[in-house]
Design a protein around this ligand. Structure first.
Ligand code: ME8
Length: 642
């Protein structure tokens, strides 16, 4: 029989931040599904990687004072190291700066251009840099407290753009997309997400900008060096370029793996994958991916966990405290794929202790310890099984079938909850049959009980291998039946007879209990440390005069890309000239009329031959955004902060 092929992908992550628990979660989902299909004997290709172009990365590299290539190169090892720590076994790690990928994207653009799917025009509207997306603010724009337009997805300020761009005729694909969704009701899991996508497409698709003129860090647009390829036109294509699309000589490889079986992602980027990506593929004449598996967000204190909010949890610290497989298990068990899920240390500790150390770990330890105590190293299967054993064997087959159904749907939390019910039944059997008493009366029955427990543990170990590979490999070695990659285990897990001989090895506990730490958490979210040397005395602070003042005029400084020259009304202290390095983020008209905070008593300083008589305060959000700092309401110009 022809072996099935299974191609699974995760998002490729922006390298403006190191991996955190959210990106780890998607990657573990991908790895667990890849391993699940290997367990079923399929050929698997698992793709992950990094998204390295675009405005956000360009700005981040600038902030770090590095050239973009050196910056992205420095950010790849933290991803690869973290995935290695968590035993993520990808087949391809894609970087969008790879030469083959870039060449293939160029070939894709030329094809679309030749067939008339791309035209040149001007974009006038809004852009969200953190999401790297053009935003149609519509009739009811989302605004922040100060009345500025913010992104409906991430709630951060939008930038206004007026830019020449190459456009992709997305609007021409609206009907074909709607027909595709209608004919493939299973395209998106969970179904609620499909409703959102349908509403968006039905509301009318606008053509999509496919190039940026003001962003230099990207794939050069073929035939027009003034433009670079818009980062999503570049990034989405990684799913096909990774398996050979557009690279001469790799056609067979591409035909083997495409279309993808599953694209995994969170709900933030479903529109790109459910609307733009299928349209790009239609334009290229390629097949559609079979499924988008869209999970919710990991929440910390009811907020989406992300680097920009400062509530990101470092998975490296977690692994050191709780163990890699314990975290893999907890994330898949606790986060319902269909909704957001809260991460708490208390809950994590409880699951590790109750599910892993007690229910599963103790079952293995008690079975092996008892067998050793009564000198039973090799356990042959019973010639004839008693009723309780037969009942448990049938339950084991049933447990596998319902586990398989849930795993095939990506419903890990249901699969694991069901499997733990079976583990409970095996524990109940062990208790009820009292092998520690039986051994004195009937050794044959005693051996049968140990054998039943070993068969059940083997089934559990195999089923859980995709979730906790290293721990389950240890469990299977302890039973004397090591895991073999490449074996299709489904027949084994559904067979009508238990016929395995086990050779038990005594080892330490599989999972150790985590001691509860009263009133403290073992690992805290990453909060920047306050450096001792950064502290100042109050007297020193009071020497700095912070003043609210209004910018009355602003203009670019000739010869400088960074500086704006501002005229500022300091009230009773008169008008002053201030030079500020904000020209990359603000146009003169953005700042005129704004009342903001200045350091008013800095020694005057010359820049580009002009004197600056103060310093404008700004806040950087670490994601490339820069904000002016103001008081919570207008005060008289010249008011000193105290
Ligand atoms: O969007 N909970 O990259 P990105 C769950 N480069 N998952 C989370 C999460 C959270 N709190 N935070 C992040 C991009 N994620 C693009 C993708 S694909 C062609 C290009 C995960 O670094 C989740 O999978 O912003 C989400 O979709 C992804 O990280 C966004 O990663």
């Amino acid at each position: 029989m022809k072996q099935k092929h299974f191609y699974i992908t995760t998002p490729i992550y922006y390298v403006n931040a190191k991996p955190h628990l959210g990106t780890l979660y998607s990657t573990i989902l991908g790895d667990a599904l890849a391993r699940w299909h290997k367990l079923l004997g399929e050929q698997v290709h698992f793709l992950t990687g990094t998204d390295e172009h675009g405005q956000k990365i360009q700005e981040k590299a600038q902030q770090e004072g590095m050239n973009p290539q050196a910056f992205v190169d420095s950010m790849v090892p933290p991803f690869k190291d973290m995935w290695a720590k968590y035993n993520i076994e990808y087949d391809t790690f894609m970087r969008t700066t790879n030469a083959d990928h870039q060449a293939a994207v160029v070939a894709w653009i030329k094809k679309l251009q030749d067939q008339g799917d791309i035209y040149k025009s001007t974009y006038e509207g809004w852009y969200c840099v953190p999401c790297e997306t053009f935003v149609n603010v519509g009739a009811e724009p989302v605004k922040d407290a100060a009345g500025a337009f913010v992104c409906p997805t991430c709630a951060r300020p939008l930038k206004e753009l007026e830019e020449e761009s190459y456009f992709f005729k997305l609007s021409a694909y609206q009907d074909r997309l709607l027909k595709f969704y209608e004919e493939h009701a299973d395209f998106i899991t969970p179904k609620e997400r499909l409703q959102e996508v349908l509403a968006f497409v039905r509301s009318g698709l606008k053509d999509l900008c496919l190039s940026r003129k003001t962003v230099k860090w990207g794939i050069p647009w073929p035939g027009d060096e003034l433009h670079t390829v818009y980062v999503w036109g570049d990034a989405l294509n990684n799913y096909i370029t990774a398996i050979g699309y557009g690279t001469p000589g790799r056609e067979r490889e591409f035909a083997t793996w495409w279309p993808a079986s599953i694209h995994v992602m969170a709900k933030d980027i479903v529109r790109f994958h459910a609307v733009y990506w299928p349209a790009f593929l239609m334009a290229a004449g390629l097949g559609m991916p079979k499924k988008l598996l869209v999970h919710g967000y990991i929440l910390v204190d009811n907020q989406k966990m992300s680097k920009s909010k400062g509530n990101a949890i470092d998975p490296g610290d977690l692994a050191a405290t709780y163990g890699v497989d314990q975290i893999r298990y907890y994330l898949l068990r606790q986060m319902p794929i269909t909704q957001d899920g809260s991460f708490t240390f208390q809950d994590l500790t409880e699951h590790v202790n109750a599910d892993l150390a007690n229910s599963l770990g103790n079952l293995l330890n008690r079975t092996i310890a008892l067998a050793h105590k009564y000198d039973l190293k090799t356990i042959a299967p019973a010639a004839e099984w008693d009723q309780a054993a037969v009942r448990l064997r049938l339950k084991s087959i049933e447990a596998f079938r319902s586990y398989r159904d849930s795993m095939d749907q990506g419903m890990f939390h249901i699969a694991l909850a069901d499997l733990w019910r079976f583990i409970g039944e095996v524990n109940a059997y062990f208790h009820a049959t009292e092998p520690w008493k039986v051994v004195a009366k009937d050794r044959e029955v005693f051996v049968q009980i140990i054998s039943v427990s070993c068969h059940a543990l083997r089934a559990i170990g195999l089923m859980l291998w995709p979730i906790m590979p290293k721990k389950m490999e240890e469990l299977l070695v302890a039973l004397g039946t090591p895991f073999e990659l490449g074996v299709a285990y489904e027949p084994e897990l559904t067979k009508e007879n238990w016929d395995t001989t086990f050779t038990l090895t005594m080892s330490g506990p599989l999972f150790t209990r985590i001691e509860r730490m009263e009133n403290s958490q073992p690992v805290q979210p990453q909060v920047p440390e306050v450096q001792q040397e950064a502290l100042v005395d109050i007297e020193d602070f009071l020497k700095v005069k912070l003043v609210a003042a209004t910018i009355t005029a602003a203009e670019a400084v000739e010869g400088s890309k960074k500086l704006l020259k501002l005229q500022v009304d300091f009230g009773s202290q008169g008008s002053r000239q201030v030079l500020s390095g904000i020209a990359e983020w603000f146009k003169p008209e953005d700042v005129i009329g704004k009342q903001v905070l200045f350091v008013a008593n800095l020694k005057p300083r010359k820049m580009m031959g002009l004197e600056s008589q103060g310093m404008l305060l700004t806040a950087k959000d670490g994601k490339g955004g820069v904000f002016l700092v103001s008081t919570n309401g207008i005060v008289e110009n010249g008011t000193c902060l105290s």
